[in-house]
Design a protein around this ligand. Structure first.
Ligand code: NAD
Length: 270
């Protein structure tokens, strides 16, 4: 018996990285999944975009574990497309119990030098995209009457602001506010809402790209403001975050809601 046996999970940003690890682990533990990813570069970024082949590989890994996947190339900035996919997934898989609002981007820059477009892309994807995801899922979960668990992937930058990342920090702090309100509003329906806060995960986004290198070279004081961590090396694997998501998705965490779960080598503590 899997830890989420017979449940159905919606995972955004599922083509690769943490989203793939979460989708595949939930499938391994008995859930069918509804998957989306933009499979394209959603903004000006200095790391490679996920592809259609990446999403197909996630689906293959889910199906290899004997579970079903309903998937579509959807941008979380498009609420109508997200709603359509979620409705179709629930119609085909019969229910919705778990939501992992994982899709996100990262970029760098001092706030007063950042283009308006860079600021807006970040807020639109990393904050409003999470709102769109919860908005698409909540009515269907309420209607099904099975309770459930919503997990929003924030960041250490959602607990302490990071230099060169005012837009990312604002979006990830915003996700915490959204999740805490949602936890109160959804409690009468036995739907829990929590955030997960990773630090430096070994994914395409987690690599130190040219933008980050430049900002730290140009601004020597920023490195100290990034803080420290308690374990060396400070890199998590996608599986480390997926394990935290699985705990929050399962009944093992049935009394946990409105919390911020750090998976960060202690980086948010010192
Ligand atoms: P990743 O780039 O490997 O994966 C992110 C996925 O989201 C990609 O497949 C991408 O195509 C998808 N995506 C991006 N914009 C989208 C959009 N508009 N619509 C739909 N899909 C979209 O990175 P990751 O490390 O797996 O990131 C997952 C989450 O973890 C993000 O929310 C990120 O902010 C957060 N996070 C990452 C780190 C890290 O170090 N990697 C640390 C803390 C938090």
């Amino acid at each position: 018996m899997g830890r989420v046996q017979g449940k159905v999970a919606l995972v955004t940003g599922a083509a690769r990285g943490q989203g793939r690890a979460e989708a595949v682990l939930l499938a391994e533990e008995g859930a069918d999944v509804i998957l989306c990813d933009v499979c394209d570069s959603p903004a000006e970024l200095d790391y490679p975009a996920a592809t259609s082949a990446d999403l197909a590989e996630t689906i293959r890994q889910v199906e290899r574990r004997g579970r079903r996947a309903i998937a579509a190339e959807v941008d979380v900035r498009d609420p109508a497309a997200l709603e359509e996919l979620t409705r179709r997934g629930v119609a085909e898989l019969s229910r919705l119990d778990i939501v992992v609002a994982n899709a996100g981007i990262v970029s760098w820059g001092r706030f007063w030098e950042m283009s308006l477009e860079r600021w807006r892309d970040m807020i639109d994807i990393n904050l409003t995209g999470v709102f769109h995801t919860l908005r698409a899922a909540a009515p269907l979960m309420i209607e099904a009457g099975n309770g459930g668990s919503i997990i929003c992937i924030s960041s250490v930058a959602g607990l302490k602001s990071l230099p060169g990342q005012a837009h990312y920090s604002a979006a990830k702090h915003g996700v915490v506010g959204l999740a805490k309100s949602a936890a109160i509003e959804l409690a009468p329906y036995r739907i829990r809402v929590n955030t997960v806060h990773p630090w430096a995960v070994d994914t395409a986004m987690g690599q130190m790209g040219p933008e980050a290198e430049k900002i730290f070279a140009d601004n020597p004081s920023f490195s100290a403001a990034m803080g420290q961590y308690l374990f060396d090396p400070p890199i998590s694997q996608p599986a480390d975050i997926a394990n935290a998501v699985l705990f929050l998705a399962s009944e093992e965490s049935r009394t946990v809601t409105g919390t911020q779960l750090t998976v960060d080598h202690g980086a948010s503590k010192i």
